[in-house]
Design a protein around this ligand. Structure first.
Ligand SMILES: C[S@@+](CC[C@H](N)C(=O)[O-])C[C@H]1O[C@@H](n2cnc3c(N)ncnc32)[C@H](O)[C@@H]1O
Length: 263
C-alpha cells in the first residue's frame, strides 16, 4: 500500500471525509515515526489506520453528533437572529456547544463584564460557536471564525452571509497559524487540549501570535459524555504559561474559563 492509499482509507469514515489530506497526513506521520507506508506489513498498516483514526476522533470526530451532517437543513430553517430556539438546535449538533447551551447568556455576560463589549471577535477552533452570536447581545461586531475543516468554515460563512453578520470564516490549521486577524477578544473555547494533542507545546507559540486585548480560554472540567470530573491539576501547566499576565477565572457546570489580558 502507498501513502495516499492509506490516507484515502482513513478518510473513508464519514466524519473524516472533509478533513484536508495534509492534516490527515500529519496525524499519520506522528504515528509512523519515520517508517515508510510502503514498508509496512498489512497488519501494521491496519494498526496505523486504526491509530490515526483514533487520534482524528480525539481532535475532531468525537464532537460531531450524527445530525451534524444535516446541518445545512437546520440553517435553511433558521429564519432570523431572534430565533434562539433555531440557533440552539444548530448549537446542539456539536457536543462542545451542546453542553454549553444552558449557560451561554451567563458566560458572555461574565466575559464582557471584564473585557467590556467588544467590537471584534476572533474565535479559534470555533466549531459551531459562532451560532451563539444571538446570546452575546452585541451589535455591529466583526467576527472572525477560524476552523480546521474547509466545509465547516464554509458553513459558518453561509450563516454570516444569510443574516448579514460582518463575519469572516477562515479555514486554517491553527497548529501552523499565520496572519491571524487582530481583534478585541479572542475565544479559545475548549481547543487548547485539542491543539496540545496534535502538537505538544503549540499553545505558547499560538498565543504569541494572537493580537487581541483579551484572550478567553476555556477547558472542559468534565469528560465528554462520561461526566467524570477532570483533575484541575491537568491545567496547572497552562496556569504557569499565563502566570505573568493578569487573569481571572470563572466556572459553569462543565467548563472553566480564563479571562486573560492580552500581552
Ligand atoms: C472541542 S472542539 C471546540 C469547539 C468550539 N471552540 C467550542 O468550544 O464550542 C475543538 C475544535 O477545534 C477544531 N480544531 C481541531 N484541531 C484544529 C486545528 N489544528 N486548527 C483549527 N481548528 C482545529 C475542531 O475542528 C473543533 O471544532
Amino acid at each position: 500500500m502507498n501513502r495516499q492509499a492509506l490516507i484515502d482509507l482513513i478518510k473513508q469514515k464519514k466524519e473524516f471525509r472533509d478533513l484536508d489530506n495534509s492534516f490527515v497526513e500529519k496525524m499519520l506521520d506522528a504515528r509512523l515515526k519515520g517508517k515508510k507506508v510502503e514498508d509496512l506489513k498489512p497488519r501494521d498498516a491496519e494498526k496505523m489506520e486504526k491509530e490515526t483514526r483514533a487520534y482524528l476522533r480525539e481532535v475532531y470526530g468525537a464532537f460531531l453528533t450524527p445530525k451534524f451532517f444535516q446541518r445545512e437543513k437546520f440553517l435553511q430553517k433558521l429564519k432570523s437572529l431572534n430565533d434562539k430556539e433555531g440557533h440552539e438546535k444548530i448549537l446542539g449538533l456539536h457536543l462542545s456547544t451542546r453542553e454549553r447551551l444552558p449557560y451561554y447568556e451567563e458566560i458572555y455576560q461574565k466575559i464582557f463584564e471584564v473585557t467590556g463589549e467588544p467590537s471584534s471577535i476572533l474565535d479559534l477552533g470555533c466549531g459551531l460557536n459562532p451560532f451563539s452570536f444571538p446570546f452575546m447581545n452585541l451589535k455591529d461586531i466583526r467576527y472572525y471564525a477560524v476552523e480546521l475543516v474547509k466545509t465547516d468554515a464554509e458553513f459558518i460563512q453561509r450563516y454570516f452571509d444569510k443574516f448579514k453578520i460582518n463575519g469572516k470564516a477562515i479555514n486554517m490549521d491553527l497548529t501552523q497559524a499565520e496572519n491571524l486577524p487582530s481583534a478585541d477578544v479572542c475565544f479559545m473555547f475548549k481547543v487548547i487540549d485539542t491543539f496540545e494533542a496534535i502538537q505538544w507545546d503549540v499553545t505558547a507559540e499560538l498565543m504569541a501570535k494572537i493580537k487581541a486585548k483579551w484572550i478567553i480560554a476555556s477547558f472542559a472540567s468534565k469528560s465528554l459524555g462520561g461526566r467524570k470530573a477532570i483533575n484541575p491539576e491537568k491545567r496547572k501547566w497552562f496556569e504557569k504559561l499565563i502566570a505573568g499576565r493578569n487573569y481571572s477565572v470563572f466556572e459553569v457546570e462543565n467548563e472553566v474559563f480564563y479571562i486573560i489580558k492580552g500581552a
